[in-house]
Design a protein around this ligand. Structure first.
Ligand code: NAP
Length: 212
């Protein structure tokens, strides 16, 4: 496939470029300041910033190209409607790591049995949004009013703990992305399955893994 990659020189984008090319895809990298020209591409992928992603996605959809978005900290509903109008797909996931999706699912199960939960999300200091998209999605999944604590430090990649408190016991569910390689199988899967999704917006890797 021919794939436009917004943010191809970023920390995640450069890993995605290498992985897509290794899988035989042709990648057109689009950086800040470049024309968002995706003409002739089969799909667009965006790992940029919460400020940049909406304009990139809009430009791709307006050129008739479906999108996979990993950028967090923005609201994709409006552009999902644009995708649907145009018979295209917009796939957005707050976390492309399979372990993180399972962590959220296990947290949802545990929440039915514990009265209180809090979430601690830990990311590299360069991460621009807080709380993380994964923490917000987890809080929504487990319901109630779980507090979210955000830690930003050098050395970290992407980590999250969901702590449950009950009667004389606690349960901690933790996931660690130790390397950006953890996001690659999910991104490849989304690119591969993009055209088979329903038109409009699909959110979350769980919908591609049969885990809903
Ligand atoms: P990063 O290293 O800062 O990379 C962002 C890249 O986007 C930079 O190369 C930046 O260029 C470029 N950029 C900025 N504005 C742009 C524009 N208008 N058009 C094209 N490119 C533009 O950040 P990162 O760690 O790779 O993370 C990127 C995003 O992915 C963040 O929102 C992060 O939270 C998210 N993320 C999601 C997942 C997931 O699984 N969903 C996993 C990891 C990260 P400059 O450096 O020149 O500004």
């Amino acid at each position: 496939m021919k794939i436009a990659l917004f943010g191809a020189e970023g920390k995640v984008g450069s890993a995605i470029r290498a992985r897509l090319e290794a899988a035989g895809h042709e990648v057109r990298g689009i950086e800040l300041g470049d024309e968002p020209d995706v003409s002739g591409c089969d799909a667009a992928v965006d790992f940029t910033t919460p400020d940049a992603a909406p304009a990139n996605v809009r430009a791709a959809l307006e050129q008739g190209v479906s999108c996979v978005v990993g950028t967090t900290g923005w609201e994709p509903a409006e552009l999902g409607a644009l995708a649907e109008e145009r018979g295209l797909r917009l796939f957005a996931a707050p976390n492309f790591s399979i372990g993180a999706v399972l962590m959220m699912r296990f947290a949802r199960e545990a929440a039915a049995h514990f009265p209180r939960a809090e979430i601690v999300e830990l990311h590299n200091e360069a991460k621009k949004d807080a709380p993380s998209g994964t923490a917000k999605a987890t809080a929504e999944l487990i319901g109630g009013d779980a507090a979210i604590h955000s830690v930003r430090l050098p050395g970290l990649v992407a980590h999250q703990e969901v702590l449950f408190g009950g009667h004389g016991e606690t349960l901690t569910i933790r996931h660690d992305s130790l390397d950006r390689a953890s996001f690659m199988p999910g991104v490849l899967l989304a690119v591969r399955k993009l055209d088979s999704l329903q038109e409009g917006l699909t959110v979350g890797l769980e919908s591609l893994l049969g885990l809903e």
